[in-house]
Design a protein around this ligand. Structure first.
Ligand SMILES: *Cc1c(COP(=O)(O)O)cnc(C)c1O
Length: 386
């Protein structure tokens, strides 16, 4: 069999080894060390946010921002049905309840349906938003920039400001994605809401092995989140603690890797976009296949290449295609199982979820690693056509 083509694996093409070596030579490998601060600074500069807080992973970054937002027991958070489950779980870690929303044609949260939900199903007293059926307060909204494609933040921020909702952007998949039109032209995903969260897991566009980051313009919140991620330690001598903290710090080893990877990010986005065009010109419109594309107001990092497989009487179903490609050594993946149907959340409220079901049955993500060679892309294309 030909060599396996994985879905999404990391690529180390720069100073990774040099910086990681430095942490070993200097023996600063753990949660103290100069790379952590340097990485935070570089991420906040890159992202155009005032502050950054490095975390153990993207999930812990989301957890801390929910706590910092004051989301707690008996609150609700508006979330998308279509996303990796991590952000939904963090709503539960905070003791709150998710309310699930449908997706749009880019697989992102449908902001117009969110507005409809608020107008038809909630009461606003000028200060707080209350869900009429559950009687709980809705504190926050957590949009996810799915597969790297930017959510319509202009629409969503207007809504959030009108109803005093905190906005936490799950930008874990969209590092480097940018708005090219409208009010947020030139701004990056993650820099628009009250908080933005990133992940540097091994399958993301750049990786630290495992790591995460929070960005925010709120300096006071950033300093408190640093404190919370560091066991809420008030001092280094007597170890006095005034709050329940967490061990959510990133290590110097991880940050060294991250700093080197960040130097490559713009180049990686170019490669991702170029490879997408190669796939697109070969496959888009071919026998009922089409790609999920970046919204017209944005430039996506194209973290994932996502096909919609529309079956006709001559072609394979999505799952048959997945199986055939797997037999040929090509790894692909359907959409995550929809979160409002997952066992821990099936009793939670969901609002008019329709499109998500349609996409759930048809979506297939195909190999997208930065290191993908042109002949590998051509092999994937020809197997899909075959
Ligand atoms: C990867 C991912 C996360 C979680 O990040 P980890 O670093 O794996 O904890 C959260 N949300 C989304 C949408 C993700 O894709």
């Amino acid at each position: 069999m030909d060599k396996i083509i994985p879905l999404s694996v990391p690529s180390f093409q720069g100073n990774e080894k040099k910086y990681v070596d430095e942490t070993i030579v200097t023996e600063w490998v753990s949660t103290a060390g100069s790379f952590v601060e340097a990485f935070e600074k570089k991420i906040s500069e890159y992202n155009g946010s005032q502050n950054a807080v490095a975390c153990a992973n993207g999930t812990s970054a989301l957890h801390i921002t929910l706590l910092e937002s004051g989301v707690s027991q008996n609150d609700e958070v508006i979330v998308p049905a279509v996303t990796f489950i991590a952000p939904i779980n963090t709503v539960r870690y905070a003791g709150a309840q998710p309310v699930f929303m449908d997706c749009d044609d880019h697989l992102n949260i449908d902001v117009k349906k969110v507005e409809q939900f608020i107008e038809d199903e909630c009461d606003f007293d000028g200060n707080s938003l209350k869900n009429r059926s559950s009687k709980r307060a809705i504190k926050a909204i957590l949009p996810v920039h799915v597969f790297g494609h930017p959510v319509d933040m202009e629409y969503l921020m207007d809504l959030a400001q009108r109803y005093k909702l905190t906005v936490i952007e799950d930008a874990t998949e969209s590092l480097g994605s940018t708005y090219t039109m409208g009010k947020y032209k030139g701004k990056r995903t993650g820099s628009i809401g009250d908080y933005g969260c990133y992940s540097f897991n091994g399958n993301k566009i750049i990786t630290t092995g495992g790591g995460g980051m929070i960005v925010t313009d709120n300096a006071k919140a950033a300093s408190h989140m640093h404190y919370l991620t560091n066991q809420a330690k008030d001092d280094d001598v007597y170890f006095i603690h005034h709050e329940v903290g967490f061990n959510y710090r990133m290590t110097n080893l991880q940050a060294a890797l991250g700093l080197a990877q960040l130097e490559l990010l713009d180049k990686y986005i170019e490669i991702k976009r170029r490879n997408f065009q190669r796939y697109r010109s070969a496959l888009d419109g071919h026998k009922g296949l089409f790609f999920i594309e970046e919204p017209e107001y944005s430039r996506s990092n194209y973290w994932f290449y996502t096909l919609v497989v529309e079956r006709d009487q001559y072609s394979l179903s999505r799952d048959e295609l997945l199986q055939k490609l797997s037999e040929k050594g090509i790894q692909t993946r359907p959409l995550w199982y929809l979160n409002h149907l997952q066992k821990p959340y099936k009793d939670c409220q969901s609002y008019k979820i329709e499109k998500a079901h349609w996409f759930y049955e048809r979506v297939l993500s195909i190999p997208c690693s930065v290191g993908l060679r042109e002949e590998e892309i051509d092999r994937v294309v020809s197997e899909i056509k075959h």
